[in-house]
Design a protein around this ligand. Structure first.
Ligand code: SF4
Length: 313
């Protein structure tokens, strides 16, 4: 019988997600024209559905919007080829890319004439596609894949690496160690690219995992940072699980059959607080005695990014 729920902090919306959502809202305030957002603004269905209700249209490719339309790029960033295409089609461009993703793009641009790059990330993820469009890069997802680059990396040219911002801190360290072992001449960046939000949300789970029977991670199945939180939790508590919405919470299979008495809840960086509230309410309806409280000693995510003055270029 479930007795206690501990909420992780920080959890849920990060500064980059808040930035991207308010970017679109501000653009909508300043124009009466239709707004097209390329790809999911953030990887969360509830956020996307709420925007659709307000009239925002979502497209996968620019060709789905008319010539000259107002288009906003999502928080994950885009390849320069997408920007060029938008310009060719005379589109009015808004860029809601998280500033911490933009920073990785800038690093790639600044070094592309002098360095070769290994990109540590997940193949096919929107952020990886965008950053890898800045320069030729070798993608690796695991330490084992680093070996396969032996014939491809030029030992006479400087080598460095970039990262997707939402990776597992611990797993990425293993990949970096392997890069150092295979390519001892690699230049390590002064700071890695895993963002503060990813790091802090993983630290919060690590800090509470011994005090719970399992973690519930709220996040979409295409949300990289949510999947990393799940992976981290399952290493210690295998009954941990992920759901994207209250409807996906299966009380019998997720809670009762696994004998969970103390449940930790966290949420990926693109999951709104309303989902946490709705899921807690569903738990309370099923277990009226359950107490819900913040995990002791946790802290808020107070980071914020300022919107630019000119939202549309
Ligand atoms: S998870 Fe990190 S990089 Fe991604 S939007 Fe949030 S702050 Fe930006």
């Amino acid at each position: 019988m479930l007795k206690k729920v501990f909420l992780a902090n920080p959890r849920g919306f990060c500064a980059g997600v808040k930035y991207a959502i308010s970017y679109v809202e501000k653009v909508q305030e300043t124009t009466a024209e239709p707004i097209y957002v390329r790809k999911e603004i953030v990887h969360n269905r509830r956020v996307v559905e709420d925007m659709k209700k307000k009239g925002i249209q979502f497209i996968d490719e620019l060709s789905e919007a008319p010539e000259g339309a107002t288009v906003v790029f999502s928080a994950h960033g885009v390849s320069p080829s997408v920007v060029s295409e938008a310009k060719q089609r005379n589109m009015k461009i808004g860029d809601a890319t998280c500033p911490l993703v933009t920073r990785v793009h800038r690093k790639a641009r600044n070094m592309k004439d002098t360095h070769q790059f290994i990109y540590i990330g997940h193949e096919g993820h929107d952020e990886a596609i965008g950053t890898m469009g800045e320069a030729p890069m070798f993608l690796v997802e695991s330490p084992e894949e680093v070996d396969s680059l032996k014939d491809k990396i030029d030992p006479n040219k400087p080598l460095t690496y970039l990262m997707q911002t939402t990776l597992s801190v611990a797993d990425t360290k293993l990949i970096v160690d392997k890069i150092q072992e295979v390519f001892p001449f690699v230049e390590h960046p002064a700071k890695d690219d895993i963002c503060y939000a990813t790091t802090e949300r993983q630290e919060a789970v690590t800090g509470m995992i011994q005090d719970v029977d399992a973690m519930l991670v709220i996040g979409a199945n295409n949300s990289s940072n949510s999947l990393r939180l799940l992976q981290l939790a399952q290493k210690t508590k295998p009954n941990s699980f992920r759901i994207g919405s209250p409807e996906e919470l299966d009380i019998e299979n997720h809670i009762v059959k696994t004998n969970i008495e103390t449940l930790g809840i966290t949420a990926g960086a693109s999951s709104p607080q309303v989902l946490v509230d709705e899921i807690c309410n569903k738990l309370k309806q099923n277990f009226p005695e359950v107490s819900v409280e913040l995990f002791p000693g946790s802290r808020e995510d107070t980071m914020n990014f300022k919107l630019p003055k000119n939202l549309i270029q």
